[in-house]
Write a protein that binds this ligand. Structure first.
Ligand SMILES: [Zn+2]
Ligand SMILES: [Zn+2]
Length: 284
């Protein structure tokens, strides 16, 4: 059985948990280690059950608690070379594993696929976690919806997707012009309406649970996000991750057989298309 939750999600800190039969991974540690322990305790996750940490990029809301937590539990950390160059000082070298942004790493029964994406960091990638039957994609910090992200959405049974800001609130809010531009200029984050469009254009019949996350504290509200998506959630469960607490710990067991599908990803910034055939399928 797969379990998953957002321990933290929002512009002030992100950390996502996925496990299979009690052995788990974390994607990002963007809240301090003390907070992370409290959030884990609130959903009954034992820190000692974490076998690997995957880092999407070097922004502080994704690495704030990385150093302390990693050193305490001596957990291997996986990140791209570009991300590593920006946070090498945080982690002992022997715990670092450099991965390509489109790599696949096997941790126990879980395969973790890198999804190269567009964001204003050095070499960012999101991750899709699969046990061969259930695919859980964690897609936040998206400047725009590239082909890799579209593909990952279409392969998701469980999808944690960024719905960062309400366009009206950002436009009329108190952020300085340069910051408004940074957020909405194609290298920052997705608005509620762009997120909805990306979802509707790319989701498949596989989608069972959508968790909207990485909400801005300044330029978005939980009720607005629900309002935007509620009418479209007739075939899947809709949740919105709140910024100051973990979501519930969800359990999911696939009872469906999926056709064999491959995930082709493109390295951002390179002209060649890397043909990686990922078989995200399984049978029961
Ligand atoms: Zn972020
Ligand atoms: Zn970021």
């Amino acid at each position: 059985m797969i379990q998953y939750c957002a321990l933290a999600s929002g512009s002030n800190g992100n950390s996502y948990y996925v496990s299979k039969n009690g052995k788990g991974i974390l994607i990002d540690i963007g809240i301090n280690s003390k907070q992370l322990h409290l959030r884990m305790a609130s959903v009954g996750v034992d820190p000692c059950s974490i076998e690997a940490i995957f880092i999407t990029h070097e922004h502080v809301d994704h690495i704030a608690g990385l150093s302390v937590f990693t050193k305490k539990y001596q957990i291997p950390v996986f990140m791209t070379k570009g991300t590593y160059e920006s946070c090498a000082h945080l982690i002992p070298a022997y715990l670092i594993n450099i991965i390509a942004s489109n790599s696949c790493v096997q941790i126990g029964e879980l395969a973790i696929y890198g999804i190269p994406k567009i964001h204003d960091a050095k070499e960012p990638c999101s991750f899709l976690v699969s046990d061969g039957k259930t695919n859980i994609a964690v897609l936040t910090d998206l400047g725009s919806v590239c082909a890799n992200v579209q593909r990952a959405i279409s392969l998701s049974d469980i999808l944690i997707l960024e719905s960062n800001y309400d366009e009206f609130m950002l436009k009329n809010g108190r952020y300085p012009y340069y910051l408004k531009n940074r957020i909405s200029g194609g290298m920052g984050h997705l608005s509620n309406s762009i997120c909805l469009k990306a979802l509707l254009e790319n989701k498949s019949a596989r989608l069972k649970h959508l968790i909207l996350g990485h909400l801005s504290g300044e330029n978005n509200r939980v009720d607005l996000v629900y309002e935007t998506f509620a009418a479209h959630s007739t075939t899947f469960t809709l949740s919105v991750a709140e910024r100051h607490q973990a979501t519930s710990l969800y359990r999911y067991e696939s009872v469906e057989i999926h056709r064999e599908q491959s995930l082709q990803v493109e390295k951002i910034g390179e002209t060649i298309v890397v043909q990686e055939s990922y078989f995200l399928s399984g049978s029961i």
